[in-house]
Ligand binder design. Structure first.
Ligand code: GLV
Length: 307
C-alpha cells in the first residue's frame, strides 16, 4: 500500500528523502509514476482528485495546507480521515507575519509610509503596548502560537473562539455574545479563523462598527471572510485606522483593485505562512505513525465543524 504525494515536484523530493529515512518500507509515489489508485492508503494533496472513488483503500487524506476549506466535505467518503497541515514551519511563519503586522499597525507604519511618499517628517501619536488590546479571532494551533509570540511586547492579549478555551495570560472569549464584548475592547483585531459557513463574510460593516474608532485589522484567515467594500468604507470614515491584508477574494487581487493603492492598507499575496517541506514531511510521518498506532492524527478535521 502506497503514500501518494500529489503536490509540486520540488517538495516531493524533500518528502521522498524523509520517507526513505523514516519509513523505508512505505511505498512513495508521485502522480508522475503509473499507479493503481486502489493501492493508495495515504494521499497528500491540496484538492480531492476527480476520480476519488477509485481510491478504494484510502485511509487518510492529508491537506498540503493548514486550511481545508478547498475540500468539499461531500466529495470525500466519510470513512476517510481528513487531516489539515499542522507543522512547525507553518506555525513559525504565521508567528512572524502576525507579529510584523501587529507591530506595523501598532506603530502606524501605513501612516509613516504615506508621509514618506509625500516627504513629510511628522511625529504621529502612539498608544503604548501595555494599553493596546490585541485580539485574535480563532484560537486554534496557529492563533495560540501567535499569541504566545506576542507576549514579550506587553500587549493586552485576547482571543475568541466558538467554544470556551483557557490560555494562560490571554483573555479568552467565546460564543456570539462575547464576540461583541471582545470587539468593544479591541485595538488591533487579527482574523485567523477557518473558512466555514459561519465565518464567511464575518468581517463586515457591523463587525467593524463594534470596534472602537481607530482600530486596526490584520487578516490572515481566508479571503471570503472579508467584505472588501466594508473595509474600504471603515478605513475612509476613520472607523478603522489601518489594515494588513494577506488574503483576498478573489486571489490574485485584481491589479486595479482599490485595496492595492489604499493609503491605510498593506496588502501581501497570501504569503503569511507557507508549508515548509522538511518540517511538513516530519509532521506527516509522525501522523502516519499515530494513525497506524490507532491514535487520531494531529490536525484531524471534524467534518461537521469544517476544520
Ligand atoms: C495557507 O493558507 C494554508 O492553508 O496553508
Amino acid at each position: 500500500m502506497a503514500f501518494l504525494f500529489n503536490s509540486d515536484a520540488e517538495r516531493a523530493k524533500v518528502f521522498a528523502n524523509a520517507f526513505a529515512h523514516a519509513l523505508p518500507h512505505q511505498r512513495f509515489l508521485t502522480p508522475a509514476e503509473a499507479f493503481d489508485p486502489a493501492d493508495v492508503r495515504y494521499l497528500l494533496t491540496w484538492t480531492v482528485p476527480d476520480d476519488i472513488e477509485r481510491y478504494a483503500n484510502l485511509e487518510v487524506l492529508f491537506s498540503i495546507g493548514a486550511g481545508v476549506d478547498q475540500i468539499e466535505p461531500a466529495s470525500l467518503p466519510p470513512n476517510i480521515k481528513l487531516v489539515r497541515m499542522v507543522e512547525d514551519g507553518i506555525v513559525r511563519m504565521m508567528q512572524e507575519y502576525v507579529t510584523l503586522a501587529v507591530l506595523a499597525l501598532h506603530r502606524d507604519l501605513p501612516g509613516y509610509l504615506s508621509q514618506q511618499a509625500g516627504g513629510v517628517w511628522g511625529v504621529r501619536p502612539v498608544r503604548q503596548a501595555p494599553d493596546c488590546q490585541v485580539s485574535v479571532l480563532g484560537l486554534g494551533v496557529l492563533a495560540t502560537a501567535v499569541l504566545d509570540r506576542l507576549e514579550p511586547f506587553g500587549f493586552i492579549r485576547q482571543g475568541w473562539s466558538r467554544s470556551a478555551r483557557d490560555i494562560a495570560g490571554v483573555n479568552c472569549f467565546n460564543g456570539p455574545e462575547q464576540l461583541t464584548q471582545l470587539l468593544a475592547q479591541t485595538d488591533i483585531l487579527v482574523c485567523l479563523l477557518p473558512l466555514t459557513s459561519e465565518t464567511r463574510g464575518i468581517l463586515n460593516v457591523e463587525l467593524f462598527s463594534r470596534l472602537p474608532r481607530g482600530a486596526g485589522l490584520v487578516h490572515v484567515g481566508r479571503g471570503p471572510q472579508l467584505d472588501h467594500d466594508a473595509l474600504i468604507g471603515a478605513l475612509d470614515s476613520g472607523q478603522l485606522a489601518g489594515a494588513v491584508i494577506d488574503v483576498t477574494d478573489p486571489e490574485p487581487l485584481p491589479a486595479d483593485h482599490e485595496l492595492w493603492r489604499h493609503p491605510k492598507v498593506i496588502v501581501t499575496p497570501h504569503i503569511a505562512s507557507v508549508t515548509q517541506p522538511q518540517t511538513a514531511a516530519r509532521a506527516v510521518i509522525d501522523n502516519i505513525g499515530r494513525h497506524e498506532a490507532g491514535l487520531a492524527p494531529l490536525g484531524l478535521v471534524d467534518r461537521d465543524r469544517g476544520y
